[in-house]
Write a protein that binds this ligand. Sequence first.
Ligand code: G6P
Length: 500
Amino acid sequence: TETSAESPAGFPFVVVSNRLPVDRQVHADGTLSFRTSPGGLVTALEPVMREADGAWIGWTGSADDETEPFEHDGIHLIPVTLTADDVELYYEGFSNDTLWPLYHDVIAPPAYHREWWESYVTVNQRFADRAAAVTSEGGTVWVQDYQLQLVPKMLREQRPDLTIGFFNHIPFPAYGIYSQLPWRTQIIEGLLGADVIGFQRTADAGNFTRAVRRLLGHQTKGTVIDVPVEAEAEVKSAKHRISRVRDDKLVRTVVAKAFPISIDAARYEELARRPDIQERAREIREGLGNPKVVMLGVDRLDYTKGIGHRLKAFGELLADGTVEVEDVTLVQVASPSRERVTAYQNLRDEIELTVGRINGDFGTISHTAISYLHHGYPREEMVALYLAADVMLVTALRDGMNLVAKEYVASRFDNDGVLVLSEFAGASDELRTALRVNPHDIEGLKEAILKAIAMPKAERARRMRAMRKRVQENDVARWSSSFLATLTTPSDGLALPKAN
Ligand code: G6P
């Protein structure tokens, strides 16, 4: 077995995700370096990684990159190479043009291509092989997201000694939609290779469990699924875990339940309290012409985010004369995403056409209706925008969680600002005092925007306080520790008589 040079016996804790938690920086002199990406997952896992001598397996984001394993900020990073073909078929194709639209309730039509599926299998096997090679005996592997759903089973086949977790960051659709997938059974079987399968919402876990019953007929009870054990090797190594006899058959018990992901809330508050960032927030408002109300949208430019619905509602309010362009401005940050996938190119054209129309129809020399920014920004600038925004618009048509909603709340230590939040974002299960909307209902959305604009200060504070409490208590550290606790502690009462 191949192991990384730093740790000849392998790593006891390994995270596997499509992307490594670093961004590649190309400097002026042509040299390359890596910078930790601002994502929440790495913040959550960094302390765990350091303590457990952990490693992270993933792709650097560039095709044909053969970077050797390296250490960054105290974490061992193990790159997996994707060829240009893999990027096209496994990443842009099966992951982002089949699974992504399918799992987001077919907002865009998923494409089903056998060559994409074959590539998905091949690349998942590559990730699984890497994890099998670098994890120490009896170690724990935590696999992330929809790009790698076959990895748990592939890994268990090679390394039945491992404890394997999986977390799905995006929704899991209802069976009526999921069943479109020609490879629906293989995916379910792939996931069931894990000991614990985490989802964002209780509804997602329920959809998955129903798919397991429909497709495989396994018995399920609440969050526990009984998976018959076939391989002899698995029987031996699974002994320490929650195996039991049911109708004379040995089964592994797999837990499928909700672990809503979160953010490093304290970090956002810390940034928001910085005088330079507050100054920047004032500067942003001034730059917009000091309107009475600043509204903000922050999204990856993705068709799941309901950006078009938001623009339609705002455009109609301007057309109605209900709001005036001098008084209300919308800042829309749309960060570039998956730019080689046709659905994303079409979306960009559509959004930019709409923004142009609205600005042309309603803007004046001194006031622009929509400040549209097709860029990504560092976290400091995002927090300044959150502080500058009286109203935050999160109108996703479907979203696993939506961390932007939580970031806004975490930043508003002044207990001010109004969050308009789609009920189709996972965050709405937790942020109950947001102004919750159905973004398909344009009239309802317009009313919610008007209500947000007019909301008295006391009500804003009451709603924001309740949301802040929730986000502060359930931060990302709590998310990872509760998942890992479930993963590594065999649940009492499930550990029935061990076979043999
Ligand atoms: C979502 C997915 C992640 C993904 C991210 C950015 O949040 O759940 O797995 O990394 O979008 O998308 P990208 O395709 O650029 O990795």
